[in-house]
Design a protein around this ligand. Structure first.
Ligand code: GDP
Ligand code: ADP
Length: 199
């Protein structure tokens, strides 16, 4: 059964992916479902196990990867992250648009699957703004922050590779960026709404 097309949101840490996707899921709660990834990083204050991530040990994560439970997995800033098959299937079973928040290794690996999502890159207006947002978020140690800034430089170059993303959104003003995101997805949103009304 071909459900709605999934959506991949990628881009540097601190670019605003979570902020934008939370806004989208709040406005369209019966349209989108989040693919809850697994990670070995520690939960941040306010994050919930099973909602933001499935928080697991390295041993558990590696065993599940070896068991073939993941569509893709990557190491980012020293921690393991991965999208399980179940995470995507749970959303697709409800006929919702599945949103994946993944790094650029994830994007490369998803391109080798038959998931066929819409690829959206969220980019900051500049490195300076990105650094300020990450510092103001107050979630990272100096070491983690530096690793994220380094990865961001690589990501910003990667996003320019032709054909990598369907749309690149510069998140300067949040409302403008959100408007562009909605505009990109409106066709898929309307399809899901129509199916919902007729069932
Ligand atoms: N490949 C891959 N990347 C992921 C996955 N889940 C999250 N990420 C990425 O891992 C990076 C770090 O995420 P996180 O620790 O939540 O930090 P944040 O991006 O600074 O909020 C981000 O680029 C995410 O997009 C996943 O399942 N697979
Ligand atoms: N357009 C924006 N203007 C100012 N601050 C923003 C904007 N978008 C996001 N932020 C803030 O920047 C920080 C990083 O955003 P976040 O959504 O956590 O990024 P990501 O999920 O890509 O790592 C958060 O503190 C968020 O509130």
């Amino acid at each position: 059964m071909a459900g709605p097309r999934p959506v991949v949101l990628s881009g540097p840490s601190g670019a605003g992916k979570s902020t934008l996707l939370k806004k989208l899921m709040k406005e369209y709660d019966s349209v989108f479902g989040f693919s809850v990834s697994h990670t070995t990083r520690n939960p941040r204050p306010g994050e919930e196990n099973g909602k933001d991530y499935h928080y697991v040990t390295r041993e558990v994560m590696q065993a599940r990867i070896d068991n073939g439970e993941f569509i893709e997995n990557a190491v980012f800033s020293g921690n393991m992250y991965g999208t399980s098959k179940a995470a995507v299937q749970d959303v697709q079973a409800k006929n919702l648009i599945c949103i994946l928040d993944i790094d650029m290794q994830g994007v490369r690996n998803i391109k080798r699957t038959d998931l066929s999502p819409i690829y959206i890159s969220i980019q900051p207006p500049s490195m300076a703004v990105l650094e300020k947002r990450l510092r103001d978020r107050k979630t990272e140690s100096e070491e983690s922050l530096q690793k994220r800034l380094h990865a961001a430089k690589v990501d910003m170059e990667f996003s320019k590779e032709p054909g990598m993303f369907d749309v690149i959104i510069i998140n300067e003003d949040l409302e403008d960026a959100y408007g562009k995101l909605k505009e990109t997805l409106i066709e898929e949103i309307n399809k899901v709404k129509k199916v919902g009304m007729s069932s």
